[in-house]
Design a protein around this ligand. Structure first.
Ligand code: FAD
Length: 532
């Protein structure tokens, strides 16, 4: 049911999206005493874990870490059955959180926001939806996710295909049975790698169409070890705090002490073998200090994994195709799998190289590459998302001064500290490409929520806050909270901005060349333990 009749309803804050970030925003802003309302395009909470129901979908961060930290009762109560959470299990958890903290009553489901407009006279955002309803608020939180706009390649002929086709990011809720079918999976990123072994178990024949080989490591998933769970729960507060000091945002992995190049060949091999047996991507990249900063060091790890692939996959041509050669390990999302490479030893699985012989079109009976036709009953697009900016660009976000986010980002996203955009005041974006903690946030997902604490924080009257008025970049102005009266909030990383009195008159921008920005980012890194 719509919350509105003819008059737009008024709130303190509107939140777009009810994934893990949006849900936390509802909870947190309510605690600040704000009247909130959320819109969610899907029929339930969970975002990523609501939409991506493909077979094998699983988190690649350990479940004890991929969870909210704002309530100790919650993290003590919840029991994760496995080392890595499956999509159904994570969705169950998110639904539990929504119920436990009574979040649903402020969410309007099956409602997509298609416009957000700022009235600069009143400093209010008006949000419009595909249901024809509208709402007005002082703050607009875009919790729209960075992997939430599925991308299907526009091959000609898809309409003519007589079989069924699916996108992993829009998987049917009732599931799909591939038993006895000839199936084509296009794409070997994380969704492809997770689903391929399970689809191969069902299908009569599976063709995997690969453009780029990616590195994948064994997850070594297992039932939750009760002793580990107990000690993790005892240490939760310290682990969450310590996570701020780690490059991946997850504590508990002993930091490396040695360069790969200072180790002997045997030492390296021993280290990589141990990490391979342990499973997980962070621990593997933690084998040595310089795997992500020195190409030569990285090559020792890349080569180790290539050798593992060749030792696993029996057909040498297939093995060679599966070996990534165009990027150092860890510089693209490092995938975790269960029996991915082993799957290519099955008689009913064929790897097709579409880098050298691209897909030309979809035909009624399947798919045509540059040199062959493949007869298929079903096609699975594991082709990913319009990542990072896709969901934001789908919304017409604009000001009455005629500026729009689409135009502003025509040549790529520009943000203020990754959570705001100059000239779009009082709107906060919770999962951003330019955000200084990008690496950390991507690895735990839920850290999106933490940025809200930094972004929207009551400040004592009289302190300096960023008002985000005037021009963009460094031309914004600082002002006093007193001037704003009751309900002043430091929009942006308030405390850090506050400290920049010497920068008075100029709003720090996100430009890498700006020394103020760089200093503020350094301060942010030191600003651990704030927030949740
Ligand atoms: C298959 C997959 C696996 C992943 N695995 C991991 C992992 O192992 N570890 C990890 O750290 N991260 C992982 N991620 C990243 C994951 O997206 C984040 O961890 C986290 O779930 C993001 O939460 P969010 O709330 O920011 O966004 P989302 O979960 O994407 O939620 C955004 C919500 O906004 C809604 N929305 C968007 N636009 C609109 C609009 N205009 N109107 C209304 N509603 C809108 C969407 O419907 C969606 O429900 C994975 C992502 C995918 C796709």
């Amino acid at each position: 049911m719509s919350a509105y009749t003819s008059e737009p309803a008024r709130f303190d804050a509107i939140i777009v999206g009810a994934g893990v970030g949006g849900l936390y925003a509802i909870h947190r802003l309510r605690k600040l005493g704000l009247k909130v309302h959320a819109f969610e395009a899907g029929g339930g909470v969970g975002g990523t874990w609501y939409w991506n129901r493909y077979p094998g979908c699983r988190c690649d961060v350990e479940s004890m870490e991929y969870s909210y930290s704002f309530s100790d009762e919650l993290q003590q109560e919840w029991r994760w059955p496995e080392r890595y959470g499956t999509q159904p299990e994570i969705l169950r958890y998110i639904n539990h959180v929504a119920d436990r903290f009574d979040l649903r009553r402020d969410i309007e489901f099956n409602t997509r926001v298609n416009e957000a407009a700022l009235d600069s006279r009143t400093n209010r955002w008006t949000v419009k939806t595909d249901k024809g309803s509208a709402a007005i608020a002082r703050f607009c939180i875009m919790a729209t996710g960075n992997l939430s706009t599925p991308r299907t390649p526009n091959y000609p002929g898809l309409d003519s295909f007589k079989g069924q086709w699916y996108h992993t990011g829009l998987w049917p809720h009732e599931g799909v049975d591939f038993t006895g079918l000839r199936v084509g999976v296009i794409g070997t990123g994380s969704s492809g790698v997770q689903s391929i072994p399970i689809i191969a178990n069902q299908a009569k024949h599976l063709y995997v169409f690969q453009r780029t080989a990616n590195f994948s490591l064994p997850a070594r998933n297992a039932p939750m070890d009760p002793a580990k769970e107990r000690s993790h729960k005892v240490d939760y507060p310290e682990r969450r705090r310590a996570a701020f000091d780690t490059p991946f945002g997850i504590a508990g992995y002993p930091p490396p002490v040695k360069s790969a190049l200072d180790a002997t060949e045997e030492e390296r091999l021993r280290a990589y073998e141990a990490k391979w047996a342990e499973g997980g991507s962070i621990s593997f990249l933690y084998s040595f200090t310089d795997l992500l900063i020195n190409k030569e060091s990285n090559e020792t790890a890349s080569e180790f994994v290539r050798r593992k692939i060749c030792a696993t996959v029996k057909d040498s041509k297939t093995a060679e195709l599966l070996c990534p050669n165009d990027h150092p390990i860890g510089t693209k999302r490092l995938i975790l799998d269960t029996d991915y490479y082993e799957t290519y030893n099955r008689d009913n699985v064929t790897l097709v190289d579409i880098r050298s012989r691209p897909i030309e079109k979809i035909i009624s009976t399947g798919l045509r590459t540059a040199d062959a036709d493949y007869a298929l009953d079903a096609i699975v697009f594991a082709t990913g998302f319009d990542a990072m900016t896709g969901a934001m660009k789908e919304i017409d976000i604009h000001t009455d001064a005629g500026m729009s986010v689409r135009e502003k980002w025509e040549h790529g996203p520009r943000t203020c500290l990754g959570i705001m955009i100059a000239e779009f005041p009082k709107s906060i974006y919770d999962h951003w490409p330019a955000e200084p903690r990008r690496q950390e946030s991507d690895d735990t997902g839920l850290r999106a929520a933490r940025r809200l604490d930094r972004g929207l924080r009551p400040v004592p009257a009289g302190s300096w806050v960023l008002l985000h008025r005037g021009g963009g970049g460094c031309r914004g102005r600082l002002g006093s909270a007193q001037q704003r009266g009751r309900g002043s909030y430091a929009l942006s990383v308030g405390k850090l901005m506050v400290r920049r009195r010497q920068h008075s008159g100029e709003t720090p921008c996100i430009h890498a060349v700006c020394r103020w920005c760089r200093r503020i980012q350094e301060e942010m890194r030191r600003d651990r333990g704030q927030g949740l």
